[in-house]
Design a protein around this ligand. Sequence first.
Ligand code: UD1
Length: 414
Amino acid sequence: MEKFIVKGEVQLSGNVRISGAKNATLPIMAATLLCSGISVIHDVPYLRDIQAMQDILILLGAKIRMQGHTMLIDTSNVSKVEIPEHLMREMRASVFLMGPLLGRFRKVRLSYPGGCAIGPRPINLHIKALEKIGAIVDESFGFIDAEAKELTGGEINFDFPSVGATENAMMAAALARGTTIIRNAAREPEIVDLQAILNKMGAKINGAGTDTIRVDGVARLVPAEHTVMSDRIEAGTFLTAGVMTRGDIVVENVVPEYLFSVTDKLQDIGAKIITGKDYIRIKAGELRGVDIKTLPYPGFPTDLQAPMLSLVTIAKGTSIITETIFENRFKHVDELTRMGAKIKVEGRTAIIRGVAKLTGAIVAAPDLRAGSALVLAALAAEGTSEIEQVYHIERGYESIDKKLQALGANIVKV
Ligand code: UD1
């Protein structure tokens, strides 16, 4: 199994280009199933999760070709509506296929999805949304069978603004008869990106980015061409790395507005930030502790909780980080403790007492974002660290080692 070897204490400097967003690409790939023909998606990142989604689409009958970072998906011969269990287990995002398959074929069969081990990730909201627009869902023997003679517009009120359930509802409702209103919808930028491609495909959707989305169903959709938005979580991770190594870096190909909650906190911690139209320059200052609570967008993203926690381990004073979105998302804590961090976890809250320095250690990435937190810690730590289980990190960060090397970091994959 591959691992990263990192020699710490190098201040990062230079420019890094952020890749297309994993969390936008996955639902967009699923959305191409809503029509027959060749869709063209630009700026698709090379990631394990994207490869897994590609494998599923191919199994369903799609033909996929990559030209650099452009993905051509031909859905003309898609006929299967059953997703094999081993592929569902590999990636939770496979649940996105429910909406499109139900929309186009009125039928889908899948097993319960897998994904990061960050706590129970139920799919009740996805199912409830699809039922509201006419699907009959049967859950038995670990499988979910959904069918609809006809999908009809309806009112969906989410108890919680789930990103995936909002996206699934939009995709299925795009081909329903009549109007669907989604209330307490998630407002993440990736949902705006999904709305953009769906509308290019001929859908009539508005309101993405707000808590109420209106979908006027259409009879059919056509293939489209789209460039995926940039990855705000990757951007936030690099910004945090810049501060943590006391560096001075420019993160390019970003929408600064999407990162306000993150840059705000980084400023509170002591970073200096200059924002351009599509870039952010960050310079470290004296680091001081902060309190952070993860929330649905536009609040602080749960996906950046781990990297940020890593950063405050070396900030002066005490920080309190509260995780409200997922249970069990403090798996980086034990590993960071091995590197000299002083952290106490009580339920969903971590209390961090800043130390002057972390020290290199042998650690293992427990999941994707916890893994990136360890990379950051290793970059800042005194001495050499080994980070095992890098495959977790590569689920969500394209060439993270090469991008860090280009910023001067001493990191190699062996
Ligand atoms: C998406 C992101 C993930 C991010 C998360 C929250 C993708 C591919 N993944 O995941 O990186 O961490 O948003 O920003 O876009 N929930 C239910 N029932 C459901 C669905 C969700 O109770 O049917 C709960 C979850 O357990 C969790 C919370 O809602 O506590 C948020 O989940 P959700 O917004 O659905 O996250 P994902 O779409 O899975």
